[in-house]
Design a protein around this ligand. Structure first.
Ligand code: FES
Ligand SMILES: [Fe+2]
Length: 425
């Protein structure tokens, strides 16, 4: 039996990879150059000015309902990863802002998304989580649907009576698989233009090679308001204080790059290892060992550890309550997962470490923020010039809410509830 030796506090090993080449390597080297400069000069990427967000934007029930209608039900949501449905006849059921969704891969390998709702009398068809089946069968009276949502058969059909079966297929949702991510729009009939949506983020997503990864684990984690939750992913200003015994052991604090790409963004932190290479020649640099990236797909798919062998992919989503979110946290590996006892142990350490850091440190703090904003009505949160990623996401939410309002209400957006902004922004 392999002897497992615990390291102190069981910090997961950061394993570099060889996946970077061509333009992606050039891009990563440019980011590493910025981080080396920041490390030498004790600087970090900065926004032009500080930014304020009214606390009501985290509390207002009407605004929250509007966020669901104008954002979450209109934009392409990254609801699954290719590696969660790697085989034909796999499916994944998930509830998103109160909407039950099932995503399938059919016997031809094509993905589909449907409302996870039976067209007989509305029962939920698939239990939450991952599964494999040739058909989706409702547990209530056993109506059965193909993996594309078509009604195939019903129990006791000769006794049921006449109806048009073609009118009783599961309700399809727009769905696109791209670069290892499966995007779903919660409104039937809306089109997903994935190339426009990803824009200049597409080559970054492609470079991560998520489609070739393997899923080790998934855990669900309750959190505070979705905007409070996502803010924690997009800055490294809090590492030295909130994460002093965890993230700060491997990452420098307040030393980061920021790049916006349409609705999406990338924040990269200097790993402590970079301090050993500040004067090394560029052709010896390994960004996979020195740069910690958060590749972030709006409205919140956080891909941490980008090019490394092992990654943590989290997605905080609102529930149906303004002060709650639910995060799906997954651990991915680039090579097929074996039964090797040491590998299993290391992956369990990584899974538990990410869960504990995110929940015990970020989200417990976030629950506190939620209480804090509730008693400071009329006031604002302030984001520093050194928190450009968080500023960017609030501006993006504001922009997309206005675009959603125009799409729904036309030019008269006064009917829509939109985020309050501080005058002068
Ligand atoms: S509700 Fe699904 S079979 Fe009756
Ligand atoms: Fe954090």
């Amino acid at each position: 039996m392999t002897q497992i030796i615990e390291t102190e506090a069981a910090t997961p090993a950061y394993l570099p990879s060889k996946i970077l080449n061509g333009a992606a390597r050039e891009d990563a080297l440019a980011m590493m150059a910025r981080l080396i400069s920041h490390t030498k000069n004790k600087t970090t990427d900065q926004a032009e000015a500080t930014y304020q967000e009214p606390v009501e934007n985290y509390l207002d029930e009407e605004l929250f309902a509007s966020e669901i209608e104008l954002l979450f039900k209109r934009i392409p949501l990254p609801l699954a990863l290719t590696c969660e449905l790697p085989e034909k006849n796999n499916h994944k059921a998930i509830e998103v802002v109160g909407v039950p969704v099932v995503i399938t891969r059919d016997s031809q390998g094509e993905v589909h998304a449907m409302l996870n709702v039976c067209r007989h009398r509305g029962a939920l068809i698939c239990a939450a989580g991952l599964g494999t089946s040739r058909a989706l069968t409702c547990p209530y009276h056993a109506w059965s649907y193909g993996m594309d949502g078509q009604l195939k058969g019903l129990y006791g059909e000769s006794t049921f009576g006449e109806f048009d079966k073609s009118e009783r297929n599961m309700i399809k949702l727009p769905c696109v698989e791209k670069h290892g991510v499966i995007f779903v729009c919660l409104t039937p009939g809306l089109e997903i233009d994935i190339d426009s949506w990803l824009g200049s983020f597409a080559p970054i997503l492609e470079s991560l090679k998520l489609a070739e990864c393997h899923l080790f684990s998934t855990r669900m984690m309750p959190g505070p308001n979705w905007k409070v939750a996502i803010e924690g992913y997009l800055e490294g200003y809090h590492f030295a204080s909130l994460h002093k015994d965890t993230v700060f052991k491997t990452n420098l604090s307040n030393t980061a790059t920021f790049d916006g790409h349409g609705a999406h963004e990338r924040v990269a932190f200097a790993l402590r290892e970079i301090e050993n290479h500040l004067d090394d020649p560029v052709d010896t640099w390994d960004p996979t060992a020195n740069v910690g990236t958060i590749n972030w797909l709006f409205p919140g798919l956080s891909i941490a550890g980008g090019w490394r062998q092992r990654m943590a992919v989290a997605f905080p989503l609102p529930t149906t309550k303004v002060n709650e979110s639910l995060t799906e946290q997954r651990i991915l590996v680039r090579t097929p997962i074996t039964n090797d006892e040491r590998e299993q142990h290391e992956l369990e350490v990584m899974r538990d470490w990410f869960y504990d850091v995110t929940y015990d440190e970020d989200y417990i703090t976030g629950f506190g923020v939620q209480k804090g904003v509730a008693v400071t009505g009329g006031k604002t949160q302030i984001f520093g010039r050194n928190e450009p990623g968080v500023q960017y996401v609030h501006r993006t939410i504001n922009r997309l809410m206005h675009e959603g309002a125009e799409a729904v209400h036309g030019s008269d957006t006064s009917k829509a509830v939109l985020p309050r902004i501080v005058s002068g922004q």
